[in-house]
Design a protein around this ligand. Sequence first.
Ligand SMILES: *Cc1c(COP(=O)(O)O)cnc(C)c1O
Length: 378
Amino acid sequence: MDKKELEQYEVETILAQAGNRNNGDSHGSISTPIYLASNYRHKDLEDIRNFDEHKQYSYSRLETPTRKVLSETLATLEHGTQAFALSSGMAAIQLPFSLFKSGDHIVTLDDLYGGTFRYFDQLDEQYGIRFSKWNGKKIEELHDLLQPETRAVWIETPSNPTMKEVDIAAVADMVHAVDPKILVMVDNTFYTPIYQLPLTQGANIVVHSATKYLSGHNDLLGGVVVARGEKLSEKLAFNYKTTGATLASFDSWLLLRSLKTLPLRMREHTANAQKVVAYLKQEAKVEKVMYPGKGGMISFYVRDEKIIDKMFKSLKVISFAESLGGVESLLTIPYIQTHRDMEESERLRLGITPTLLRLSVGLENAIDLVSDLKQALA
Ligand SMILES: *Cc1c(COP(=O)(O)O)cnc(C)c1O
């Protein structure tokens, strides 16, 4: 089914049916085929002259039949105009930033994925794009940070790793009242479109690390950008094909297959996380638990830094490993892993201390996850 047809259905149906009855396959395959061709034959010169109207394939950086099905599914899922599948979450973040130039000003949330910080620092130091940080609390304070050169506001909600939630609609309403041209961009990796649809709340661009929940099996690196509006989509499409960090057909197929179970997985991640939170809240060795109420991500402080090494070594089900959003539960220590490149003073100010742990609750049985944590903390 194409994007228009899919849009009439509920999210579970959209995803389960993604790629079925697609035009690219003449054999009636239920699962979308993986097209590994890097290039495509043309019929004649007329074929090339009408390329834009016909939307045929020519070269796989520009489009592949497999990636096309994935992109249309992603655009439908996020209620956007056009979606772009990229080779990593960082490549996805880079795509909208390719719209800006030296002297432009961006406001970002102060608590973000560590790699995003590293990239923004580089844009500042090497390319003269200026950044201001907002703590995500008062909209009036965000208002005061806007300047005539402000081109975008970048937020991540809930934030990583301290789980701050930002009201996307309130941000978009205020920012667009000041200047409708300022782009409101949201990293939707943690909640996914199952729990949050930023484009329907006034955001212009949504970004994902598809490495996390969208793929969900700890077996793929990918990124997604979804834009609202034809003009913005066209600009992004131009930069996408020009710079070329596009997702290969094989990975596009893997991501499309994983998306089919996204609603089920998210429900179960939430159910499991709620049970783990209930345990952590009454565990004497745990000082504080941060959980926004839905999704699979939990951050918590242990009382004593000295128990952490032994705890990591004792875990039998949960793995001490970076990343998140997969079927396997993972525990990280952001202070020395994901947020290591951030200034120490900044880490501590944000609450990213040596006793903060971040748990990605997987799809194992919650009983086993709770007993694993219990025995590791004992
Ligand atoms: C992992 C992550 C990224 C970066 O994505 P990669 O796929 O690792 O390049 C960006 N934002 C968030 C919130 C992430 O968790």
